[in-house]
Write a protein that binds this ligand. Sequence first.
Ligand code: UD1
Ligand code: CA
Length: 455
Amino acid sequence: MIEARSCLAIVLAAGEGTRMRSARPKVLHMVAGQSLIGRVLGAVRAFGATSTAIVVGPGQDAVAAEAKRIMPAADCFLQLERRGTAHAVLAAKSAIKRRPDDVLVLYGDTPLIRAETLRRLRVPLAAGAAMVVAAFRPSDPAGYGRLIIEDDQLVAIREHADASEAERVIGLCNGGIMAFAGNAALSILERIGNRNRKGEYYLTDAVAIARGLKLNVVAVEVEEDDVRGINTKKELAEAEAVAQQRLRNAALDAGVTMVAPETVFLSADTRLGKDVVIEPYVVFGEKVVVEDGAIIHAFSHLAGAHVGKGVSVGPFARLRPGARLGEGARIGNFVEVKEAIIGAGAKANHLSYIGDATIGDDANIGAGTITCNYDGEAKHRTEIGKNAFIGSNSALVAPVAIGDNAYVGSGSVITADVPPDALALGRGRQVIKEGWASRLRALKSIVKKKAHAQD
Ligand code: UD1
Ligand code: CA
């Protein structure tokens, strides 16, 4: 029973990630809207580790902060010099010394790891193994440590850089996740040396050392995606593709309709209700909720938005953080909504900016309406009442309130509150000059004749 066993998870994140060619620490790169480290910690939490240690490098305060944000109870350890993966694990020695039943070591750069897979790795420990290695068969084994098997027994792991030609042919590789029996962990780890091509303390040497101590070492084969390591931007893009595929499949399984799911981009936290329809080329940033029966038309971009039941969004709409759309509301093409509550049944069908606003139920926002929310220094709110009608091309200069059932004439610049039921015309009066056009034409023809005469 692994449930009864305590488990310390150690997540290594001190590497520099130079192969990413980026100013950002590797584990803070994003997959499906979550940092790599955040995803690994999410899996650790989901599988139920009893304590978690994160190893970060000097100057990686941002990594420690992200880890704390995701898992406030985690302990951060500093690896002062980057001297290899085994050296990194020993940075968390004091946590290992507390003698948890199991010690699970994970790399912060394997963002597709799933809780079920972590659970599987602990099963052999409960049965008496001293060490478990996650093995996999990558489509391209280059760069990964190779598993050396003799007489059906895992005897060693050879790092790519140190492997012979014959060893490089081996397809079975080290996934980078290892589990140790808590009572054997330190005696194995402290025996690891650094006599190899890179002069680093390789965690992978733990296998040969455990074998030398006559301990039982087991390899558990896992899916490639679970242990895909991210070292380059290309691998980051590949991991994103896998994560998107998983999210799309989960959405389809949950009853979402997508005619071209391969063009829809989701975030790990996107929540989509039943009978939601998502047309092609829609992007979901973080923290979006779409309730049952809503339709998101093509080419829309949503982030931090809550879309109510039966709402219609887009095509070409942009919902920014704080957009909350009530049941049956309609947000049409080229409409941007930010930090605004749109009442049930309210409509803004064309070409609008609605920011820092509250729109009452059933209000109609005409084409080209702009809430002028920013005066160059501060943001101000626009309040529009229930069933109000805002004529096309109106500028509502906030702070301003339009009462229930009020009308605003098209082309208005509204700078003062409009009472309920009133009509506001915030534009110059129309002027008519009878016969003006024919007088203009006559004038033009005289000018033309004079010019001819001078030629
Ligand atoms: C490692 C394994 C390799 C395996 C592969 C799987 C070793 C020696 N090699 O290689 O067998 O196939 O992962 O993806 O373990 N780190 C530190 N401190 C250090 C060095 C690394 O914290 O001093 C961290 C990194 O931040 C990273 C992880 O350890 O999260 C792995 O390091 P990385 O350099 O990416 O190892 P690989 O060369 O990919
Ligand atoms: Ca790696």
